[in-house]
Design a protein around this ligand. Structure first.
Ligand SMILES: Nc1ncnc2c1ncn2[C@@H]1O[C@H](COP(=O)(O)OP(=O)(O)O)[C@@H](O)[C@H]1O
Ligand SMILES: [Mg+2]
Length: 254
């Protein structure tokens, strides 16, 4: 299904994701006791929750595509599936090119390892060779602005520092497709200006960007096309302005 000749960088075909979770009457303690006592009359009840329901869309090569929707709509779940961190319950995804993603806070970092070691691991996961990553160290560290702490374990970083480092890795490995989850408001004003500039350079260089946000301004500023995700369903997709208008309608009734 994946093809480098495709006019699309990302193809999402009928993705559904069902989570199972403990019912509110079931405590973890009960579940644990059932488990260790081999209790056949299990009190443990699992509830099914459909976080994504038959989601379909394609992103053209070189396009900046937006996904907008309120908290809990399923945006991050969808991105995790695109990045291969999570499997869909059904449906198919094709990613045609190298992909780098900046997901929610902290995803992908090992707390015990230093910033520098994490850069290496993240780069390797993204498919770069050790030599390529080492050649980008200076640029990545410089951009992150946390040079003095780069050889300290990540667990000693503030969340802001960790995000700056993961942003820096994501944009500096120069992938074909860049995925950004709610990250335009990362760091202080200076870092925000710097990261916006870098994203703009990236967009202008003809790469594919997927921007996910509950913030209309960011989506309107950068994206030509977008889709509105609401309770796991695509309510509408198309021109960004139209999608944002619909989002405002949805917001006003909910
Ligand atoms: N691992 C999980 N197990 C169970 N439910 C989950 C899991 N991850 C997300 N959810 C639920 O799926 C829904 C969508 O979450 P998410 O994708 O994070 O939304 P968004 O990023 O749009 O705010 C939420 O109701 C959330 O509680
Ligand atoms: Mg999210």
């Amino acid at each position: 299904m994946s093809s480098y000749n495709s006019e699309y960088a990302v193809e999402v075909n009928s993705i559904t994701k069902v989570f199972r979770r403990l019912s509110s009457h079931t405590t973890l303690k009960k579940a644990f006791i059932d488990l260790i006592t081999f209790n056949r009359n299990k009190q443990v009840k699992m509830l099914k929750f459909t976080a994504l329901k038959d989601v379909n869309f394609n992103i053209k090569r070189g396009e900046t595509f937006g996904i907008i929707g309120p908290n809990g709509a399923g945006k991050s779940t969808l991105l995790k599936i695109l990045c291969g961190i999570m499997r869909p319950t059904s449906g198919k995804v094709a990613i045609n090119g190298s992909l780098s993603a900046l997901l929610e806070l902290g995803t992908g970092f090992h707390p015990e390892l230093t910033g520098r070691e994490n850069i290496l691991i993240n780069g390797l996961i993204l498919g770069l060779s050790k030599k390529e990553i080492v050649s980008k160290y200076d640029e990545i560290i410089e951009f992150s602005g946390i040079k003095d702490f780069i050889d300290e374990p990540i667990k000693t970083y503030s969340s802001g520092m960790a995000v700056r480092l993961s942003f820096s890795v994501a944009v500096n490995v120069n992938p074909d497709i860049l995925i950004l989850d709610e990250v335009l408001a990362v760091g202080d004003a200076e870092f925000q200006t710097k990261s916006k500039k870098r994203i703009e350079e990236y967009i202008n260089s003809g790469k594919t960007v997927l921007l996910v946000s509950h913030d209309k301004t960011a989506i309107l500023n950068y994206c030509t096309e977008a889709l509105l995700l609401y309770k796991g369903t695509v309510l509408t997709k198309g021109k960004t302005e139209d999608v944002v208008d619909r989002y405002e309608e949805v917001e006003s009734v909910s």
